[in-house]
Structure formats: C-alpha cells, structure tokens
Write a protein that binds this ligand. Structure first.
Ligand code: BES
Ligand code: MN
Ligand code: ZN
Length: 483
C-alpha cells in the first residue's frame, strides 16, 4: 500500500473516499471547505451523526468536488481525545472503507492537528487495522486499499514519522502472519528459515542444532523437544547498531503446544499454534529495528520446538539439568515454556547483557486474569519495568505488573531436584515468572506474559481477530527510547 503526502485542498483530492475526522458536537469544523460540503456536514450533524468516538457515516459527495465520497469519523469529546482514540478511529474508518470496496482513500488532517494530535497515529491505526490473513483461503482478495493520501503540508518530520510507522506496522503484520500460520507449516525449521531470511549486513543469524544444544547442556530446552519428530532449532539473531552491551530479547517459540504427556484437553487445542507468538514478536522487533537502523545492540533468542507426546517424550517426574547446572523436576510437561526460556536465559549470559526481556505466552492464568486486554509484567529491576510501562502507555500495548514475592520460591521447591517446573495452578502466573527469575538472577530482567493478548477472540478497531502481533510496537518504542 502507498502512502502519499499532498499539500492540496480536500475538495481537490481525487479519491474514492475522503475521511473527515470529527469532534463530538462540533459541526462547524469543516466550514473552510466548499459550501456544499460544509452544508452537508451540518445536515448530518443534526441527526445522523454526532462525532462520538468511532462513529462513522459514508455519504456521496456533492457535485463539483473531486472526492467521490465523504466519510465522517468521530474522535469523541474534545477533551477526551488521545493518541489511542485517534489510532482506533483510523482503524475503524479504514477497515470500513476497505469492506465497502474503496481503493484510494484520503485523510484530512486539519482537525487532528488543531487539537494537537498527530495524523500519523490515525495512519498507524489504518495500517494495523487493514491486516488480513488470506494465505490459506484461496482466491485473490479484491478488497484492498491501494493508497492513503495524507492531506498536509509536506515536511521532513511528517515524512520520517510516516516512514517509521510503515516500517513498524509492517513488522507487526509480519509477526501476525507467523503466528496465524498453522503449525504443520510453522515448524521450528520453518521459523529458523524465516529468521535466516532477515540476515543482512548488521544482522547475523545463527541456528543451533540439537547436537549444539546438547553440547551446551541445554537439558531443559531439549526435554521439551523429545516428544516430537520435528527437529528443535535454537535461533539466535545479533543486531549490531552501536557499541556496548546488548539488550537480549527472548521469545517463547513453541510452534505447537499439545501439553506433551501432560496432554491438554482437546477443546481449544488448535489455539496452541499461537505458542510461538513471543518468538514471532522478537523477529518482528528485530526486523523493524534493523530496518530503522536504530543505534542499539540487540540479541534475539528463539528456543524453537514443538511440545508433543511422542514415544520418547519427557514424562512427569523426570529430572533434567539446565544449561546453568540447576536440576529441574518436571511435574507437568505442559509447563514447557519456562523450560525453554530458562536455557535461553542461561545462554544469553554469554552476551553480558545490559538487560534481558522475555516475551512468552506462558500461562493460561494470565489470560484468565486479564482477558485480551493486558500483558502481565514481572521482573527484578525497577528501572527496566518503568521503561516497559512507559512504552506500554505510549503504544497502548498495555502491561499490568504482578508481584514477584519471594514466597513463590516455596511453590517451586522439589523433594529431589533444585526446583520443580510448576507449583500447580494456584499462583501459576507469578510463580511461573519466579521460575524464570531463578535463572535470571541479578541481571536486570523483565518478563512479559502475553498469553491473553497474543491472539484475540473478537476484533478490535485496529486488530483483526486472531494474532495481534503484540510486543512489536511496545518493544520498538522501548528500544527507540534507550540511551
Ligand atoms: N502455552 C501454555 C499457556 C497458554 C494457555 C497460553 C492458554 C495461551 C492460552 C503454557 O505452556 C501452559 O500450558 N501453561 C500451563 C502451566 C501449568 C501446567 C502450570 C497453564 O497455564 O495451564
Ligand atoms: Mn504448555
Ligand atoms: Zn506453552
């Protein structure tokens, strides 16, 4: 899709639909336009339209102006408008126009600018909302928006903002594609090939094979892979954009989680193709960061494997040794995410990271606690957590902090090993994080449980049903703010 910036009058812009964002109750905002248009808007405002947030109405244009149609979209009450509301309005308006078969759309920016908001947020909502996953449904989809024209003075600032937004939103699309792809295609090998395809001058990609992981002593990670015929792939990406210690991002990459011998119930099991959403987010983040050439050092680690109950699968009660020498008694083979992340954290230490952040669909309890609305955040470092919270507020990929009380250590006490992999269902959200904390130790570390947000059941204004790509916008924002 093309995005143009044009410094022309709304009425002179040839397009299928011109979007006019409106403030609730303010019918006179477009009085500067052609008389027929401003009259039309006033008439709509008297009955059909109020400007409530996300309210929309599409009408044919009066004769003599270039846009074929006009779409009014509400931003809500003047003093309640936020960047997020503008983004949502963008998603709502664009998806509506696409579904109506429009191709070329244009955005009037005066009103958004007049309330000190950015039209780029509107464009971001549009780009995020227009995603669809059609790879498996056959036939060409004809309903596609081909261009968005932003009607504004041309400036370097605006051009840069739009370029960055395009880069980041296409990384979100990229992550969504990976997550939506069914597990028969999205195997660890395929995920590794996708990672390899990102290779470029500043971005090294290497794949550790099963035998490499064995040599390194990754007994926790390998215990998960035992039950599957698909080969595990431990994927490492190194982006070099600066000097100094790197930030390490670890993404849970279970390409299918059946639960293993601790088999999950059949109902809803198909959703467990989403269990690599953390890894997909990390690939999306690194893709965006390397395309934007951000001045940081970044390592991405995706410990990829399936979790299946094959004949040589790990059994409850088995004891394995992780890369750092700690022994783990496996109580549930369904608590596999923390096993693979534990070895990834152990491996990450060789990079002497300034911080480690893991992103994982780790617990059902997270999705029960927050539904589709928030990421659960835990960690051992206040400054890092504050940075994450700030980026979360900016991007509306919201986080909610959960405790890391030392009492959770008790939950993980094993009779025969250094620790066990689960303390059971009660407290499983914070105790799963505590398990990871046992491996992170004193390195600044943050944990994002995205089990509730990685895939959504009902579409949102700029997130279609299915994979959300969550984590990409959040982390790229955090990285941009890193000094
Ligand atoms: N991948 C699941 C967590 C999950 C569940 C994500 C539902 C999204 C939706 C994870 O591997 C898992 O199975 N966790 C168990 C842990 C339990 C055995 C302690 C869970 O939360 O039930
Ligand atoms: Mn599991
Ligand atoms: Zn899992």
């Amino acid at each position: 899709m093309n995005i143009y910036i044009k410094n022309i009058k709304e009425v002179d812009c040839a397009c299928d639909a011109l979007i006019l964002p409106c403030i609730e109750g303010s019918s006179g905002l477009y009085n500067h336009l052609d008389l027929a248009v401003s009259k039309l808007i006033k008439r709509l405002f008297s009955k059909e339209f109020h400007g409530k947030h996300k309210e929309i109405i599409l009408v044919p244009s009066p004769d003599d102006i270039k846009p074929e149609r006009i779409l009014l979209v509400g931003l809500g009450k003047r003093d309640e408008i936020s960047a997020e509301k503008v983004r949502q309005a963008g998603g709502k308006a664009s998806v509506y126009l696409r579904d109506m078969g429009m191709k070329r759309i244009a955005l009037s920016t005066n009103v958004i600018l007049s309330i000190k908001m950015s039209p780029v947020d509107f464009v971001e909502g549009s780009l995020l909302g227009l995603y669809s996953f059609k790879k498996y449904s056959g036939g060409k989809d004809k309903k596609i928006i081909s261009s968005i024209t932003v009607l504004s003075k041309v400036s370097k600032g605006l051009r840069d903002d739009i370029h960055r937004t395009k880069t980041i939103t296409s990384a979100v699309w990229f992550a969504r594609d990976l997550v939506n792809t069914p597990a028969n295609d999205m195997t660890p090998t395929h995920l590794a090939n996708v990672a390899l395809s990102l290779k470029r001058k500043n971005l090294l990609v290497k794949i550790l094979e099963k035998k490499d992981a064995e040599k390194l002593g990754m007994g926790a990670y390998l215990s998960v892979a035992r039950g599957s015929k698909e080969l595990p792939k431990f994927i490492v990406l190194e982006y070099k954009g600066a000097k100094g210690e790197p930030l390490v991002l670890i993404g849970k990459s279970i390409t299918f989680d059946s639960g293993g011998i601790s088999l999950k119930p059949a109902e809803g099991m198909e959703k467990m193709k989403y269990d690599m959403a953390g890894g997909a987010a990390v690939l999306g983040i690194i893709k965006a960061v390397s395309e934007l050439k951000l001045p940081v050092n970044l390592i991405g680690i995706l410990p990829a494997t399936e979790n299946l109950p094959g004949g040589s699968a790990t059994k409850p009660g088995d004891v394995v040794r992780a890369i750092n020498g700690k022994t783990i008694e496996i109580i549930s083979t369904d608590a596999e995410g923390r096993m693979v992340i534990a070895d990834a954290i152990g491996y990450a230490k060789r990079f002497k990271p300034r911080a480690i952040i893991d992103i994982a669909t780790l617990t059902g309890a997270c999705s029960i606690a927050f539904g589709n609305e928030a990421i659960a955040l835990m960690g051992n470092n206040r400054e890092l957590m504050n940075r994450i919270k700030k980026a979360a507020d900016k991007t509306y990929e919201r986080v909610w902090e959960m405790p890391l009380f030392e009492e959770y250590k008790e939950y993980l006490k094993s009779d025969i090993a250094d620790l066990k992999n689960t303390g059971g269902k009660t407290g499983s959200l914070p105790s799963s994080a505590y398990f990871l904390y046992e491996f992170a130790g004193q390195i600044p570390w943050g944990h994002l449980d995205i089990a509730g947000t990685a895939s959504i059941e009902k579409e949102k204004p700029y997130i279609p049903k299915g994979a959300s790509g969550i984590g990409v916008r959040l982390m790229v924002n955090l990285i941009r703010e890193l000094k």
